[in-house]
Design a protein around this ligand. Structure first.
Ligand code: TRP
Length: 452
């Protein structure tokens, strides 16, 4: 087989990976998970999860992808014993599953661009969210978001993603810093900082059973690991590129954007008198428009900022959604020779249908998110860790070292993957399975709320 093409520039790879990582996970999911899981306690465990587990796992996916030089399912088959193909398959299923509800939230973002233009979203944020986040309006915007995603993947114009990410990331940072500065001026904001930034060890220990799985799930979700996406992206990397530098760059910039979103949303929630944890999936969608309505300069300023803010978030959401759909489509196109356009349309339509319950009723969205993030995700991560640690072994060290000049650190990384990281991921999976099967009234449950 001919050598596959590599990224035209390494920056292109980093941008595509950041485009995939930075999304609703940072701006929508991180703040409300933090608020629901004790604030600073969650933040501390999350940061540890990213640094000690998330980034090493990201590197593990890079190693698999670059070594195999092919997309995910083929990669496991090529590098491992034949039976390992299913790891890639679980990743593809997880991507399919996740996009179904991710698109629902993407649809809300589209709606909020409209709601900022008309001013409706700013006038009565809470009832606006209540009206647009369920039933037919939500199914409608879910359909629009899916159509845009399908269109981009069907046309194969993801090259545009590189450009979009180049604009999106600085824009997200500027918007978040600006809003964080405004939030800081509001009375009550300081309680938000205390909640978010002042950890209490006792709280962490007392709530370890819920904080641990939530923080690890969030770390994996936000870094886009476990879905075979990073494996596929890294398959286009050249041997001279430094995987550790790329992984750390991606991991840290992604985390900064999540924390910035927290510095906006948590002070806003406190300033607006919302009880921690009660905001749920609507937290960002209520907190931000409430603040926009109070911006100095009157309603029009708030509306204009709202259009730009939700416009930028839409780009971030799309660049993640595209890579989720791409995983599934690329698998079918590469393995079965299906043609791209009908595959993207057919798979996109199926994902749309799977997302209808989440669009209809937020309890379903919670349920899909719970299964995806606390079950599918840690399980695929567990397989990735097992594969790199115990199947690739020494080869993984060679691959990580190629182009990196970190010779002596690579064995430490592999040792971590084999022992400590494996153990932590096993514990996380075990806690989640326990929650799922043994305690139907707490945690995440096998029977969704609306049906209990
Ligand atoms: N990381 C993305 C976000 O934070 C969401 C996501 C999770 C994702 N897994 C993925 C995106 C896999 C692309 C591929 O919004």
């Amino acid at each position: 087989m001919a050598e596959r093409e590599t990224w035209a520039t390494r920056v292109g790879f980093i941008l595509a990976a950041i485009g995939s990582a930075v999304g609703l996970g940072n701006i929508w999911r991180f703040p409300f998970q933090t608020s629901a899981n004790g604030g600073a306690a969650f933040l501390v465990v999350y940061l540890l999860a990213v640094l000690l587990i998330g980034i090493p796992v990201l590197l593990a996916e890079f190693v698999i992808g670059r070594r195999a030089n092919t997309s995910a399912i083929g990669a496991f088959r090529k590098l491992g014993r034949p039976g390992w193909w299913f790891v890639g398959a679980v990743g593809v299923i997880a991507a399919f599953w996740t996009l179904s509800y991710y698109s629902v939230i993407g649809g809300w973002v589209i709606r909020y661009i409209g709601g900022s233009i008309t001013g409706g979203a700013l006038a009565a944020p809470e009832s606006y969210f209540g009206a647009i986040s369920v039933g037919l309006p939500s199914v409608g915007t879910h359909a629009i978001f899916m159509l845009i995603t399908i269109g981009i993947v069907a046309l194969g114009i993801e090259d545009g993603i590189e450009l979009a990410t180049k604009v999106m990331v600085p824009a997200v940072v500027v918007m978040l810093v600006g809003l964080a500065a405004f939030a800081a001026t509001l009375p009550g904001a300081s309680e938000g900082y205390a909640f978010f930034l002042n950890p209490n060890l006792d709280t962490i220990i007392a709530n370890a059973g819920t904080v641990l799985p939530a923080a690890f799930g969030q770390a994996f979700f936000s870094l886009s690991v476990g879905f075979s996406v990073m494996i596929t992206y890294a398959s286009y990397l050249g041997k001279n590129d430094s995987l550790p530098v790329d992984g750390v760059t991606i991991g840290i910039s992604n985390t900064i954007i999540g924390v910035l979103a927290g510095l906006v949303v948590l002070p806003l929630l406190f300033a607006q008198g919302v009880e921690p944890g009660s905001g749920g999936p609507g937290a960002v969608f209520v907190a931000i428009p409430t603040a926009l309505a109070e911006l100095p300069g009157g309603g029009l300023v708030g509306q204009a900022v709202g259009v730009v803010f939700f416009g930028v978030i839409l780009i971030a959401a799309l660049s993640s959604a595209i890579s989720l759909l791409e995983v599934v489509v690329a698998y079918l196109v590469d393995n079965y020779g299906f043609s791209r356009l009908p595959t993207a349309a057919g798979i996109g339509a199926a994902i749309f249908l799977l997302g209808i319950p989440s669009a209809w009723e937020t309890a379903w969205l919670d349920w899909f998110d719970g299964i995806g993030v606390t079950l599918l995700l840690p399980i695929t991560v567990l397989f990735v860790v097992l594969f790199v640690g115990w199947v690739l072994g020494q080869d993984a060290i060679d691959e990580l070292t190629d182009g990196s000049g970190i010779g002596s650190l690579a064995p430490i990384w592999l040792w971590g993957i084999r022992t400590f990281i494996l153990a932590v991921v096993v514990i996380v999976v075990a806690i989640n399975l326990w929650d799922l099967l043994a305690t139907p009234d707490t945690g995440y449950y096998i029977v969704p709320g609306p049906l209990r």
